[in-house]
Write a protein that binds this ligand. Structure first.
Ligand code: SME
Length: 162
């Protein structure tokens, strides 16, 4: 397992292309979910310096009732639980698709965990046709996420042995 991340400068594509093999090294042979989510959040935060990077995991509250519960993350303290269909994360879960929000103030129902967050991308983690969690990334800058982030973050979440 790689223990030091090599951080590079360069455009977004170059940064993802440098990071992905290192992420594969971090995940290689490790099956513990918390360990893998924690290292992934740290790796993404180190390379990109975003405000908040982390995971919400779908958990059963009682039979037939599930919520997203915050998992490993890097950044300011965040909301603990999110219901299906609520906020960007709950919408990504309900629709099983990646959501890019260029300006969080223009997303109806956006859940403001940090007033510093200006734009956001949420990528669902799908296994056996079910959303099992989401990767959430927040930036202090408007309009920080695009199709390049979507492509590589979807590739990254697919590497997680969930
Ligand atoms: N903004 C998210 C909530 C999670 S925090 O940003 C960490 C949402 O609207 O779902």
């Amino acid at each position: 397992m790689a223990e030091d991340l090599t951080i590079i400068t360069g455009n977004k594509t170059e940064q993802y292309q440098s990071l992905i093999p290192q992420i594969k090294g971090l995940l290689d042979g490790e099956t513990d979910l918390i360990a893998n989510l924690a290292n992934l959040a740290a790796g993404l935060k180190e390379q990109f310096g975003w405000l908040w990077v982390g995971f919400y995991v779908v958990k059963s509250i009682e039979p037939n009732r599930e919520e997203l519960v915050v998992g490993p993350f890097q950044g300011p303290v965040a909301c603990t639980r999110i219901k299906k269909g609520k906020g960007v994360c709950g919408t990504s879960w309900a629709e099983a698709k990646t959501i890019i929000v260029p300006d969080v103030e223009k997303f109806p129902g956006h859940i403001a965990c940090s007033s510093l967050s200006k734009s956001e991308i949420v990528v669902p983690i799908i296994r056996n046709n079910q959303v099992v969690g989401v990767l959430d990334v927040d930036s202090e800058e408007l309009d920080q996420f695009d199709g390049v982030d979507q492509q590589y973050l979807e590739e990254i979440v697919n590497l997680i042995p969930f």
